[in-house]
Design a protein around this ligand. Structure first.
Ligand SMILES: [Cu+2]
Length: 173
């Protein structure tokens, strides 16, 4: 309990400090925008986190891993549709983020997979997430949990899961 509170407090401090860093282009090479997760039904063992990664530096970087208290293991995944069936696979070499470019993690595409969820993700709650980049190092963010059917964060963006079936018809590779 105590340890978690401290961790949460630290995450909040980082979240407050982040906009200040964003002003100084030399200190924050990667901006993590609107990290969110879809709520999970009771008993679900997996979840996914989405966000936009904006590389403000002049060199390419890679998202190589992530960690969080909410799950046993986190992986960087890519989702594709093969013969009408959604499949996802782990990006063994991480997710490349081009110099000066951005990559969107969203439903039906790239995501940070939460494996071995310790508790359901409840709409309206938040949890801390630490992203690891090959060059930028560790960046901690606070993830907002959105309703189960959410295809986008509150600010917009598009989902492309026409069936609305969520993770139901997905195969792990
Ligand atoms: Cu996945």
């Amino acid at each position: 309990m105590c340890a978690f509170s401290k961790f949460a407090f630290a995450a909040i401090l980082i979240a407050i400090a982040a906009p200040a860093f964003a002003q100084a282009t030399t200190t924050a090479p990667i901006a993590v925008e609107q990290p969110w997760a879809r709520a999970t039904p009771a008993g679900a063992m997996t979840g996914a986190v989405y966000m936009t990664l904006d590389n403000k530096s002049a060199s390419a970087d890679r998202l190589t891993g992530a960690s969080s208290d909410v799950a046993d293991k986190l992986q960087i995944h890519e989702m594709t549709v093969v013969n009408g069936v959604m499949q996802m696979r782990q990006l063994a070499d991480g997710l490349p983020i081009p110099a000066g470019g951005s990559v969107v993690l969203k439903p039906g595409s790239y995501h940070v997979m939460l494996i071995g969820l310790k508790q359901p993700l409840t709409p309206g709650e938040t949890f801390p997430l630490t992203l690891t980049f090959a060059k930028a190092g560790n960046i901690s963010v606070t993830v907002a949990v959105q309703a189960i059917g959410a295809m986008q964060d509150s600010k917009g963006g598009m989902g492309d899961n026409k069936s609305g079936g969520g993770m139901g018809n997905m195969e792990m590779k």
